[in-house]
Write a protein that binds this ligand. Structure first.
Ligand SMILES: Nc1ncnc2c1ncn2[C@@H]1O[C@H](COP(=O)(O)OP(=O)(O)OP(=O)(O)O)[C@@H](O)[C@H]1O
Ligand SMILES: [Mg+2]
Length: 150
């Protein structure tokens, strides 16, 4: 049921198909948590999601805020978070993160491990790894949170 899928992307352009496959696999999900070390391509994958959703907005990492807001083809909104710089989980509360999460709009999260306790019960777990050939392996599956204790 909840099988792990994996796709390769050798070039950033290949991520369009990857993003499409992920969205097609989880049509009812709206929260996508992107895990991966620095520079593996999380922002680049969010760009690909934006393309698949038909956005003509320029996607770049939120630098001065935690969230960027974009419009898709239908003029509907979706959100791109980057929690890299967050020091306390309260900062996410302060921007109303939970309202975004339950807004029913697409939410793409970079560095979700920084706010792990705020993740919803169900979300799409995405991991990006780079191999020795600079090729990206994108792994994804539905995570049904079992509220692990740390
Ligand atoms: N599939 C890919 N194939 C080749 N290069 C890629 C791929 N995806 C991303 N890159 C390149 O990797 C670099 C870093 O990408 P990106 O900024 O998306 O990483 P990131 O995971 O968001 O980093 P950070 O942790 O700093 O937020 C960029 O130069 C990008 O072009
Ligand atoms: Mg990034």
């Amino acid at each position: 049921m909840n099988k792990i899928q994996a796709l390769k992307a050798f070039r950033p352009e290949d991520l369009f198909e990857v993003a499409k496959a992920i969205l097609d696999s989880f049509k009812n999900e709206r929260v996508f948590a992107l895990y991966g070390k620095m520079g593996t391509g999380k922002t680049t994958l969010v760009k690909a999601f934006a393309e698949v959703l038909g956005s003509s907005d320029v996607v770049s990492s939120p630098t001065f805020s935690l969230v960027n807001e974009y419009d898709d083809r239908q003029g509907s909104t979706f959100y791109h978070f980057d929690f890299y710089r967050i020091k306390h989980v309260e900062e996410a509360f302060d921007i109303g993160f939970e309202e975004y999460l339950y807004s029913g709009k697409y939410c793409f999260l970079e560095w979700p491990e920084k706010i792990s306790q705020l993740l919803p019960e169900t979300y799409v777990y995405i991991s990006i790894e780079v191999n020795e050939n600079e090729e990206r392996l994108v792994t994804f599956n539905l995570n049904e949170n079992n509220h692990q204790e740390h």
